[in-house]
Design a protein around this ligand. Structure first.
Ligand code: KIV
Ligand code: ZN
Length: 496
């Protein structure tokens, strides 16, 4: 019999902390429902005291999902815990996740405190959270750099205070897999009362070892893993849910199972990438565009003879479905609705009609409509209510001529026009836009996502613009990449 590993998803908390990845409440509910369908056990829905938006999202996610436990993050601070308890009032199963830094550097520099006082604060936080919920998880922040003897004292104290789960974060992604595995083993062997709680991993990817560390933790006794879709998260990210799920599914010798319906992995990966405007690197394990592409002659030859020569995972097992590019101009609303539902999007009839209208326009320009296109269309009317809209764009460019762009914008209903030249068509179009907007803003980052399926594909542009010492993130998608660039810039400006 296999043992169960609990999957704690923190895409909507640690993942959403990434600059530019913020979602509104409706989008968070969409992701939460997709996580429920995927089979995660716990959804960390936010950090309620941090903002009214986070508070509200925890409330709405609690109402929207049934099976997973909804978890809210707090510091070891009474007020945080009380606000979290209030935000969790509608959750059918609820958990408060409270904690404090335990490494010497956190104790000294963050809290100007000492080890004994930190244990007292940890215990007090757990006891306070216990007044509101039965299920309390404690995190020992920077446990990766906390010495094992002291960490064991902290863990023992919080379990005695009532913690049901104890999280051992490698907050800085510093540990080596052996070291992290040994840490979990040490706690399993030295903490009195360890059988009363579950140890959890929470590994960051700063040195590219998040998944290896997580698996080392599991092999040494951790029975919960904290993960995110596509591995998004602070800095270099967290452990990717899809990697842990597929490692355990592929290695049948490890007798540990999850509740994950792996066929839903690819659709949720696309959904999160699209809603968060966070491209997935092409060579990303499991969900990258090239994860199942065999390009060299030797590999192709082997795969044609027997797929198992170079493929350890069947793409169908992670929900990659060859029929995912069958939408064309002749597809009806039902086909579009079906594809959206596979991708985790359930629009109202009204919204479906709008998406379908845009779909037909795109299908006129492009032969095959991909899942990415459908997700972009589904998210497209997010910006429909914005103040600034592009009315028209005309660009002249080519070899031996200086590119010139004329641009028409409507700002709160009023029309503006400008023309400008530049060292390329995008530069010309953005110079025209800057003439109209006339603010001191600097383009900091500009990424065009590569065309993946053909020259008629939709170009996706991600941008960062600095204005008033703040960075704003924008996204644009269009079959015309110059128009997509202007859309992305306008998206930034609309957020000023
Ligand atoms: O990385 C970390 O230590 C965290 C904690 C707040 C759980 O995200
Ligand atoms: Zn973290």
């Amino acid at each position: 019999m296999s043992e169960k590993l609990f999957i704690f998803d923190t895409t909507l908390r640690d993942g959403e902390q990434v600059p530019g990845c913020q979602l509104n409440t409706v989008e968070k509910i969409q992701v939460a429902r997709a996580l429920e369908a995927l089979g995660v056990d716990v959804i960390e829905a936010g950090f309620p005291v941090s903002s009214p938006g986070d508070f509200n999202s925890v409330i709405e996610i609690s109402k929207a999902v049934t099976w997973p436990t909804i978890c809210a993050l707090t510091r070891a601070v009474q007020k945080d815990i009380e606000v979290a308890a209030e935000a969790l009032q509608f959750a059918k199963r609820k958990r408060i996740h409270t904690g404090i830094g335990t490494s010497d550097s956190h104790i000294k520099y963050k809290f100007n405190s000492n080890r004994e006082e930190i244990i007292e604060r940890a215990v007090a936080a757990v006891k306070h959270a216990k007044k509101y919920v039965e299920d309390v998880e404690f995190y020992a922040e920077d446990a990766g750099r906390t010495d094992n003897e002291y960490l064991a004292r902290v863990v023992e104290a919080v379990i005695k205070a009532g913690a049901t789960v104890v999280n051992i974060p490698d907050t800085t992604g510093y540990c080596l897999p052996d070291e992290y595995g040994a840490k979990i083993k040490y706690l399993m062997e030295h903490v009195t009362g360890i059988e009363k709680a579950i140890l959890s991993t929470h590994c960051h990817n700063d040195l590219g070892m998040a998944t290896a560390n997580t698996i080392a933790g599991v092999l040494n006794g951790a029975r919960q893993v904290e993960v995110t879709i596509n591995g998004i998260g602070e800095r270099a990210g967290n452990t990717a849910l899809e990697e842990v799920a597929m490692i355990l599914k592929s290695h049948k010798d490890i007798k540990i199972d999850t509740n994950i319906n792996t066929q839903k992995i690819y659709p949720i990966s696309r959904l999160v990438s699209s809603l968060m405007n966070m491209p997935v690197q092409p060579n990303k394990a499991i969900v990258g565009r090239n994860a199942f592409a065999h390009s060299s002659g030797i590999h192709q030859d082997g795969v044609l003879k027997n797929i198992q020569t170079y493929e350890i995972i069947n793409p169908h097992d992670v929900g990659i479905d060859d029929s995912s590019i069958v939408l064309t101009a002749r597809s009806g609303r039902a086909a579009l609705k079906h594809r959206l539902s596979i991708l985790g999007v359930e629009p109202s009839q009204d919204k479906l009609d709008k998406i379908y209208e845009e779909f037909l326009k795109l299908a006129d320009k492009k032969k095959d409509i991909t899942d990415d296109d459908v997700l972009v269309l589904a998210g497209a009317d997010r910006s429909k209510n914005d103040r600034i809209k592009m009315e028209y764009l005309q660009v002249t460019s080519g070899m031996g001529v200086r590119p010139v762009a004329s641009l028409g914008l409507s700002i709160a209903g009023e029309k503006f026009e400008a023309a400008a030249s530049g060292n390329g068509p995008v530069d010309a179009a953005i110079s025209a836009l800057k003439k109209i907007i006339n603010r001191h803003m600097t383009l900091k980052e500009f990424t065009i996502q590569a065309i993946s399926k053909g020259s008629d594909d939709v170009g996706k542009v991600h941008m960062q613009v600095e204005y008033n010492n703040q960075i704003y993130y924008g996204f644009g998608a269009n079959t015309d990449i110059i128009a997509a660039s202007v859309e992305a810039y306008i998206d930034c400006v609309n957020k000023f």
